[in-house]
Design a protein around this ligand. Structure first.
Ligand code: HAM
Length: 425
């Protein structure tokens, strides 16, 4: 009896060859845009000590309470698959002295792991492109990362995202403490209307109550006090300076006083780029981040102001649509007449590859008609045919697949024709 076929872990997707072309395209744009702003790549490991994430992200957060893939290493230490990469970047930067001169512009892209309930746009293994700018007090650098994000979306042909911003006060925590007191007071007065999760968070992490997705909580949340009314002069000034910079750079945004973010390290302005729910459904935040001036110290480093963001690449690829193909070979090489022909075909393919072309060889023989069908399916722009007549003449036949006459020419001419360096004879 056959065993049942193995299946992937729920919420962890295979990127199959057809889709891989789109990932490669997006990855190319990431490298180009990051370089355009002077950001340098960092690749922290996928696994870190669990203590790093609970210290950085916060004990009372969905991520740390319920979503991490944690396990005891054979030595007994608790390790976790990274649920995000800001903590790892800061750990690495402190450990290797990257912030000694006080400034670093970093980017990363790769898989993250959260055990959330999978649905459209929400997975257990997902990918992020993120940037972290460490060492600048801002708000010029906060504006820079927002411009970088906006350019990334434009370059992918993604339009119509809404940028929402808010502030959580400043690193001193004074504005936040005042706001927190007012919020707790308000929530306590409305305790009867709070759901169980919110009651639990009321004291441990009251700002997170504002982020509840429970429709029954919408009324309480709408009536809650707003942090922008509790900012001290310095924090209000910082937020308004950032808004001024965005306006000067013609970046459109709206202020959303309910935007609080699900990670505890944020200290100042925070933001999200959001798609309309028709395109992405409920999981419509494609990019999110903000300022986190206290994290370096929390992780045992010298104080270093910082700001960054991360984009969910699955959501971005869903929005970017079918663009960025590029997986089809330039040439499908047809060789009829087995025998020596197969060796000659392989050699001809190598010559064309030396010239920089991508060649898919017909393998496994077959009649001319069948091989032509396969050439068509490969998506190649040209078929190059090597049959008995061509071999006798030391030439190949170049056939454009999307209309146009075929020609029999020497291999060097064939390469030039395919590359578009020679006019079609
Ligand atoms: P985050 O809001 O947790 O922030 O995630 C950022 C983005 O990752 C989200 O807006 C979303 O697009 C994507 N994302 C998150 N979870 C999932 C999931 N389960 N499936 C698919 N996509 C997902 C952070 O991770 C911070 N580290 C961002 C940051 C960097 N802040 C400062 N620097």
């Amino acid at each position: 009896m056959n065993a049942a076929p193995m299946q992937a872990v729920r919420g962890m997707n295979d990127v199959l060859p057809d889709a891989a072309a789109r990932w490669q395209f997006v990855e190319g744009v990431i490298r180009e845009v990051a370089a355009g702003y002077g950001y340098r790549e960092i690749r922290p490991p996928l696994v870190e000590k669990s203590a790093l994430f609970s210290a950085a992200i916060g004990e009372v957060t969905d991520i740390v309470e319920k979503e991490m893939y944690s396990f005891a290493d054979r030595g007994g230490e608790s390790l976790s698959l990274r649920p995000e990469a800001t903590a790892g970047c800061m750990r690495a930067g402190i450990e290797h002295g990257l912030f000694h001169n006080n400034c670093a512009r970093l980017w990363y892209a790769g898989p993250m792991f959260r055990r959330e309930r999978p649905q459209k746009g929400r997975y257990r293994q997902f990918h992020q492109f993120g940037v972290e700018a460490v060492g600048w007090h801002g708000p010029d650098i906060d504006a820079e990362i927002l411009l970088l994000g906006a350019r990334f979306f434009r370059r992918l042909g993604i339009h119509g995202l809404r940028l929402e911003i808010n502030t959580l006060g400043g690193a001193g925590g004074e504005s936040r403490a005042r706001y927190r007191a007012a919020l707790v007071d308000y929530l306590q007065k409305n305790r009867a209307d709070l759901d169980e999760d919110s009651r639990r968070r009321l004291h441990a992490n009251p700002l997170r109550v504002l982020d509840s997705k429970n429709p029954a909580m919408a009324g309480v949340i709408a009536g809650a006090p707003q942090i922008t009314d509790y900012l001290n002069a310095g924090d209000a000034e910082f937020f308004s300076a950032l808004r001024g910079l965005l306006e000067a750079a013609a970046v459109e945004y709206t202020v959303n006083p309910r935007l609080v973010r699900g990670l505890d390290y944020y200290t100042g302005p925070v933001f999200e780029f959001v798609a309309d729910s028709e395109s992405l459904g409920a999981q419509n935040a494609v990019c999110a981040g903000g300022r986190y001036d206290g994290l370096a110290q929390t992780l045992g480093g010298r104080p270093a102001p910082a700001a960054g963001f991360a984009c969910g690449l699955e959501r971005i690829i869903a929005l970017a649509g079918g663009g960025g193909g590029g997986a089809a070979p330039d040439v499908y090489l047809i060789s009829v007449d087995g025998g020596d022909g197969a060796g000659e075909a392989l050699a001809a393919a190598e010559t064309m590859r030396d010239a920089g072309l991508a060649i898919q060889c017909n393998c496994g023989g077959g009649a001319m008609k069948n091989q032509m069908k396969r050439a068509d399916r490969s998506g190649a722009a040209f078929a190059v045919i090597l049959a008995a007549d061509e071999r006798a003449a030391g030439k190949v036949t170049v056939k454009p697949m999307r209309g146009g006459e075929q020609r029999t020419v020497g291999i060097k001419d064939a390469v030039q024709i395919i590359k578009g360096e020679t006019q079609w004879p």
